[in-house]
Design a protein around this ligand. Structure first.
Ligand SMILES: Cc1ncc(COP(=O)(O)O)c(C=O)c1O
Length: 414
């Protein structure tokens, strides 16, 4: 089929498309697949009970259910939710925001498509701008959202060796330049795929640099504070008028609700809503219908702090222990798990590429994500790109144990 440039750019198989195909197939598979690949959140019983209670209240409370499913929300998203969230964030962090600073999207993935293409790409004066990713590796879902070519620019990180087997990536500020060709700077914090939480100082320096150049710092807070709060360090959340904070209901446990949240200065939020109107009329309202009361009462904060965070922190501890046990005797490193729910494994001098390792594992019905997908915008060659794997530890521990065992066997055999 002959299609337009748009079709050739977007309607093709991408890294994120492959990942979501694998995820869907694994979750509906009749044969057993060890799913350590996708970014699906865990099913945490206490959290699920809470959503079930909200849903029951919605069904039993007058015509709330009929209104939730029977009406379009405005392009900015459900007004009651937006008001409740603005109040929550003002109260929790003292941020000077109101409902005018918030726009919802059908999943935060769509928010990145909108925001990146708002700030990067071709400008009317003939200039062309890019999104700068100052800390690689970075989220696979960004890679294909740009509507123009050469959409990203990025640089190698610094690697802090914490002990014989543990490391942490840092922004290499000595090499970081925000030139006239940069339209926005973006980091995910906690970072998918590494579980890194860039430090408060790193965020402050990025904010200052971006602000000095008059470009927004986009912080992808899909795993961050105040919900779902899958953060194990003393990181402080940050927002100001020059920052765009993107959040999501997905990692809280509601990925099917497809609810993304953009917190930005008013004119940015407004533009996101305008794109919503063109692309999808309005964000879906089921996610907000389920959580609005939890936001209003602050219960979402308690749930995140007392249930979700400790749940993943314990899983991280177990997974890390298992990594050291399964990979003993192999030349491996693991990124210090500071948040989100991924182990980022690095096999220095791996004789095969991580893509080949992924394929060998897939033949054994073990799904992981090969590392090369997480380096968008890196122009310089770097063997490291082909030496890493992302492993999710959100699933049952037995799956993680069996998966790591299989990884160890394949690396030994390589
Ligand atoms: C870092 C990061 N950002 C954004 C997203 C998009 O999530 P959603 O579209 O479900 O909000 C994900 C999903 O895995 C993610 O890991």
């Amino acid at each position: 089929m002959n299609v337009s440039k748009f079709g050739k750019k977007l309607a093709v198989q991408s890294g994120i498309g492959q990942l979501m195909d694998d995820l869907g197939a694994a979750l509906s598979a009749r044969h057993k697949v060890l799913m350590l690949g996708g970014g699906n959140p865990a099913h945490i019983p206490e959290v699920q009970r809470c959503f079930r209670r909200s849903m029951t209240a919605l069904l039993q409370d007058g015509d709330r259910f009929e209104r939730a499913v029977g009406n379009y929300d405005p392009p900015v998203g459900n007004v009651e939710f937006v008001e409740a969230l603005a109040a929550l964030l003002r109260g929790q962090f003292g941020w000077e925001i109101g409902p005018q600073n918030i726009a919802l999207t059908n999943g935060s993935q769509l928010a990145f498509f909108i925001l990146f293409n708002l700030f990067a790409g071709d400008y009317e004066d003939g200039t062309k701008k890019k999104v700068l990713l100052p800390l690689l590796p970075e989220y696979i879902g960004y890679c294909d959202v740009g509507l123009t070519r050469d959409f990203f620019t990025a640089q190698k990180p610094l690697i802090e060796q914490i002990d014989g087997h543990t490391f942490k990536y840092h922004v290499d500020f000595d090499r970081l330049r925000i030139g006239d060709d940069i339209g926005a700077v973006c980091i995910s914090r906690p970072t998918n795929p590494t579980g890194n939480v860039p430090t408060n100082e790193e965020v402050e320096r990025l904010r200052a640099l971006a602000r000095a150049r008059g470009v927004p710092l986009i912080i992808d807070n899909a795993y961050g504070m105040p919900f779902p709060n899958i953060v194990f360090t003393d990181a402080k959340p940050h927002w100001d008028e020059s920052t765009i904070l993107c959040m999501s209901l997905s990692k809280l446990g509601l990925p099917a609700a497809r609810t993304g949240i953009v917190i930005a200065r008013e004119e940015v939020a407004e533009r996101v809503a305008r794109v919503n109107a063109v692309m999808s009329l309005a964000p879906g309202g089921m996610g907000t219908a389920i959580v609005t009361d939890l936001v209003r009462s602050g219960e979402i904060i308690r749930l995140s702090r007392e249930v979700i965070k400790p749940f993943y922190q314990e899983k991280a501890r177990q997974a890390l222990e298992q990594v050291h046990q399964s990979l003993a005797g192999i030349d491996y490193r693991v990124h210090r798990p500071e948040g989100a729910f991924f182990m980022w494994l690095w096999f220095p001098n791996l004789p095969i590429t991580s893509r080949q390792l992924y394929q060998r594992l897939k033949q054994r019905n073990v799904l992981v994500i090969p590392g090369h997908h997480f380096f968008p915008g890196l122009a310089e060659p770097w063997p490291h790109v082909n030496e890493c794997l992302r492993v999710s530890y959100a699933q049952n521990h037995e799956v993680v144990v069996a998966g790591l065992q299989a990884i160890a066997e394949e690396v030994r055999r390589a």
